[in-house]
Design a protein around this ligand. Structure first.
Ligand code: AMP
Ligand code: MG
Length: 374
């Protein structure tokens, strides 16, 4: 019951009832796939599940996706139910070949071809005007569709077996951190979906960059591994949705999903920003106080401070300069805190370099925008 209360905070009562009905109703087949030697038979079976209207969680280079047939409204409905996701939060359609793009969009601007050439397959999602082929259930009622071509070899083979169009949000229960290992897909989805493909190579750790290509100037709606500079080098000026990085989040973000509470651990997470020594002292003191009251504490820091932090659970992502390593491990740290029963968490701020934008965007949401500036 507790599980359902936790995952229902972003949903209406009706959606929660739906979720309850769908919980633990089926046997979930778990398949381990070797990326060096893919099991063709298993991939065909996974593709068949999608063609027949079922759901399969699969690895991509960013995070695990929860896939269904993007052109089947009933499949999209099932995805929302399995995740407990509000149905106005559109799904990303995953393709494996450029030829597949034309059928699902109205027109393809020249700049889309150039970005595809530069970054597909890879962690970039582009929003385009949708064609009639894409049901409104998949796009959350919008007349645009988000499309991505992942580079993970298992994802590509699976999408082709599935018929070419796999709608897939991240394979977590709504509100929880996106899964970067199959263990956490099983934790959230066992009994709710038909199959889980477990494979290595989920290495980026944060969801794709989303760029809206329908306006005059392309606009980033969700920061990610592909940065604004990388995009601008290929297509010229690109804007950033300002609502994304504002700490007080007064303005509404343009991607419907970005307004929801996300990536949240069960305990309370606070980000602390300032000079490293001050941050260290503040976090240690806060943890000491919580500890004295009998609460379990956790810290997300960097290698530079590893030996100096004092908490029940200290997670270090590597060097402060290595933003890729921080991105890769962030969601796992948040999930591990849950596993360990940590109640109060503190994280350093990671607004360093261009990748820092994507990390801080996720971290701020996980913390419910609680940030202390020293
Ligand atoms: P997820 O699948 O969990 O990575 O979430 C997909 C994200 O893409 C959500 O934040 C959605 O709101 C966003 N998204 C998907 N389709 C569209 C669209 N057509 N327009 C704007 N945002 C979209
Ligand atoms: Mg997600």
């Amino acid at each position: 019951m507790f599980r359902n209360i936790v995952m229902c905070y972003t949903n209406t009562e009706l959606e929660c009832q739906e979720l309850e009905r769908h919980s633990k109703q089926m046997e979930t087949k778990i398949i381990r796939m070797d990326i060096g030697q893919m099991d063709k038979e298993a991939l065909v079976a996974a593709g068949r599940v999608i063609r027949e209207g079922g759901l399969v969680a699969f690895p991509t280079e960013t995070v695990y996706g929860l896939g269904g047939d993007a052109l089947n409204p009933e499949s999209s409905r099932k995805i929302y139910a399995a995740k407990g996701r509000p149905s106005d939060n559109p799904l990303i359609v995953h393709i494996a070949d450029m030829d597949m793009l034309e059928a699902i969009v109205e027109e393809i601007p020249e700049s889309v071809y150039r970005l595809a050439e530069a970054f597909w397959p890879g962690p970039l999602t582009m929003i385009l005007k949708k064609s009639d082929k894409v049901p409104l259930q998949t796009t959350g009622g919008l007349d645009t569709v988000a499309v991505r071509m992942p580079s993970h070899v298992v994802a590509q083979a699976f999408i082709r077996e599935a018929g070419g169009y796999v709608a897939a949000p991240s394979a977590n229960l709504s509100g929880k951190p996106s899964p970067t290992t199959a263990k956490y897909v099983v934790q959230d989805m066992d009994g709710r979906i038909d199959m889980i493909i477990d494979a290595d190579g989920v290495e980026i750790g944060l969801e794709s960059t989303i760029v809206d290509m329908t306006g005059e100037v392309p606009m980033i709606l969700r920061p990610g591994f592909i940065t604004i500079d990388m995009l601008s080098k290929v297509i010229g000026p690109v804007e950033m949705d300002v609502a994304l990085l504002e700490v007080d989040s007064k303005s509404q973000p343009k991607a419907p999903g970005m307004k929801y509470r996300h990536y949240a651990p069960k305990g309370e997470l606070v980000i602390v920003e300032g000079e490293p020594e001050q941050v260290l002292a503040f976090i240690n003191e806060a943890c000491r106080e919580h500890g004295m009251q009998g609460h379990k504490t956790g810290i997300i820091g960097t290698q530079e401070c590893r030996m100096l932090y004092e908490a029940d659970s200290v997670k270090c992502a590597g060097s402060r300069e290595d933003t890729d390593a921080i991105a890769r491990q962030l969601y796992t740290f948040l999930r591990e805190f849950d596993d360990e029963g940590v109640e109060y968490m503190y994280s350093e701020a990671f607004d360093i370099g261009e990748k820092g934008q994507a990390i801080m965007n996720r971290l701020l949401k996980a913390a419910g925008h609680k940030i202390i500036k020293l």
